[in-house]
Design a protein. Structure first.
Lengths: 112, 295
């Protein structure tokens, strides 16, 4: 009994609340229509681990169109874009917060 | 948490009942506590490695069996906040192990037992407090320093009470075995000190808990509309029951036991009931740890 108690109360320390990094807002805005942006910037709700966080932009043919130069700093991720032709683009992100949880998401924007 | 609770109980709660700190109080009980510390440290080491492995899999979005090569582990250790924290905690755990080893060799190794006990408490507290950097508090973008501090304090105070109930149960059992059903004056003093320290810890837990809840939940509505909020309500309910039991012990049983009435066994039983409720609380906290907070 004593052994079980010691094991349980030792492991109890691991229960620090964990959250997830979600998209707070983005530029261009989620679902927006406008002129071709020079970059896509995402603001997340938690600080990110650069080694495990990715953001990519795809065109309607599912071809990656960004410059593959994603930069992760604090809770933001930025990837630059070449001059985009009119059309709808898909942003795919995959984030690991500094509290280790993994989240993914997508959103679209349209270039006029 | 038990790694902090054991040395804290022996040094702070029990020691004044000994010979003014010149030698450890209750040597037989102290030796049992040291064995308990060794065991808890071993559990901490093994579970720490498993934790690291599972988190590495989680970060790579892969199954645990797929993250067995050194490159994956190296990336987490070298390039993530969690990896850096894990390394620091491993170093502190190693120092705690060295301290316990020297402590068990005693004065023959030129290492005073009391110093070893204090160092054990410091390293254990550091090991536990550092966990605050692995959670939501350290990843959030608002009030980070306050949140990490409050989280760490909440963990440390929780080691005094309710996790401190575990060494207290061992102590009560030790007293019952040594003195029969009636504690002596020195034991009565330990009971009073534990009660006083628990009261202080509860006050601190309420204060840090309120700040933590405000940072994690953000609204009264989320307290009843989100899974995290409902778990928190369950935790508050269980802690409330524990406080009622603790109040009964402090205000009714303790004065009567100290004045010689034969209620020591009943005191032991209510403390045991409190400890069982503490396990329920820790179970709820474990589920809360896996549930995303609303804010």
């Amino acid at each position: 009994m004593r052994t079980i108690l010691i094991v349980l109360f030792t492991l109890a320390g691991f229960s620090v609340a964990q959250a997830h990094a979600f998209l707070d807002h983005a530029s261009p805005r989620v679902g927006s229509t406008g002129p071709a942006p020079g970059q896509v910037e995402l603001w997340m709700t938690e600080d990110l681990e650069p080694a495990f966080t990715r953001v990519k932009v795809f065109d309607a043919q599912n071809q990656e169109v960004d410059n593959k130069d994603a930069r992760i700093s604090g809770s933001t991720m930025i990837v630059s874009l070449p001059k985009l032709a009119p059309g709808t683009y898909l942003v795919k992100w995959s984030a690991v917060a500094t509290d280790t949880h993994h989240t993914t998401g997508t959103f679209k924007f349209t270039v006029q | 948490m038990i790694l902090v609770a054991l040395p804290f109980f022996m040094l702070v709660t029990c020691a004044p009942a000994g010979s003014g700190g010149a030698r450890p109080a209750y040597p037989a009980l102290g030796a049992k506590m040291i064995r308990g510390l060794w065991f808890a440290l071993a559990v901490e080491a093994v579970s720490g490695i498993i934790w690291f492995w599972l988190v590495t899999a989680q970060m790579n979005d892969a199954s645990p069996g797929a993250v067995l090569d050194a490159a994956d582990w190296g990336t987490v250790l070298g390039q993530t906040q969690f990896g850096q924290l894990w390394l620091w905690r491993a170093a502190v755990g190693f120092l705690l192990g060295v301290t316990l080893f020297l402590r068990s060799r005693g004065k023959g190794a030129g290492f005073p037992p009391q110093l070893g006990s204090w160092l054990s408490l410091v390293f254990s507290a550091a090991l536990l407090g550092m966990l605050a950097w692995s959670g939501h508090a350290a990843a959030g973008t608002h009030f980070r320093a306050l949140h990490v501090f409050v989280d760490a304090m909440h963990l440390l105070l929780g080691s005094v009470w309710p996790v401190g109930l575990i060494p207290f149960c061992f102590f009560l059992r030790h007293v019952e075995k040594s003195n029969g059903v009636q504690p002596g004056a020195a034991e009565g003093e330990v009971l009073r000190r534990f009660s006083d320290l628990s009261l202080l810890a509860v006050a601190g837990l309420v204060a840090t808990g309120i700040i933590n809840s405000w940072l994690m939940i953000g609204s009264w509505e989320a307290l009843v509309t989100t899974p995290y909020g409902r778990l928190l309500l369950g935790k508050i309910g269980a802690v409330g029951l524990m406080v009622v039991l603790g109040g009964f012990n402090r205000l009714y049983l303790l004065p009567r036991v100290r004045s010689g009435l034969p209620l020591f066994r009943l005191l032991r039983q209510t403390v045991l009931a409190e400890s069982c409720l503490a396990l329920v609380v820790l179970l709820i906290v474990a589920v809360m740890g896996m549930t995303p907070p609303p804010s």
